[in-house]
Design a protein around this ligand. Structure first.
Ligand code: ZN
Length: 170
């Protein structure tokens, strides 16, 4: 028999048990009563587990100690690409624990999106600079004193023509 913890449980423990039930990669605690056609996953509360079936009064006041320790789960936060146990501990010290699987996935997706946006913007800036540098000597050669904005517009127009052609032939 592994170590157990007995209710009442802290908010942190309840939150960890909620995560365990859905995201640990291990079988959740389910109601042991006979009347359910399917085994409902027990819901943790400060005073212990309860059965989500309104007609069922099953209660359980203990859990395995490892159930509140995401580092001990096969799949912390239910994602093979998720944080390592060390990272999970880091998250615990930074903010309210636990970060729900959805929230963490949202954060990672947003970070990936932002990184891509920064990369796209950098690539776009570089393309415009290259095009501007390419047309600059030609425009300067005739000494027309074209404003900077006009030179950039010309460079952008050249880029747009090339891009449209690339899309048409793709
Ligand atoms: Zn039940």
């Amino acid at each position: 028999m592994t170590d157990t913890i007995t209710a009442p449980w802290s908010s942190e423990q309840v939150a960890a048990l909620e995560q365990f039930q859905t995201a640990s990669g291990m079988h959740p605690f389910t109601c042991g009563a006979d009347q359910h056609t399917q085994s409902p996953s027990l819901v943790p509360s400060h005073s212990g587990w309860y059965c989500p079936d309104p007609a069922c009064d099953y209660r359980q006041d203990w859990a395995h100690a490892f159930m509140v320790d995401p580092a001990a789960w096969p799949r912390p936060f239910g994602d093979r690409h998720g944080p390592t146990p060390e990272e999970v501990r880091g998250i615990k010290t930074l903010g309210p624990f636990p970060v729900s699987a959805d929230t963490l996935a949202d954060v990672q997706a947003r970070q990936a999106w932002e990184a891509q946006a920064v990369a796209d913007h950098a690539a776009m800036t570089r393309r415009r600079a290259l095009a501007f540098n390419a047309v600059q000597p030609v425009l300067a050669k005739h000494d027309r004193h074209l404003p900077l904005s006009v030179r950039q517009e010309i460079a952008d127009a050249v880029l747009a023509a090339i891009d449209n052609d690339a899309e048409a032939t793709a």
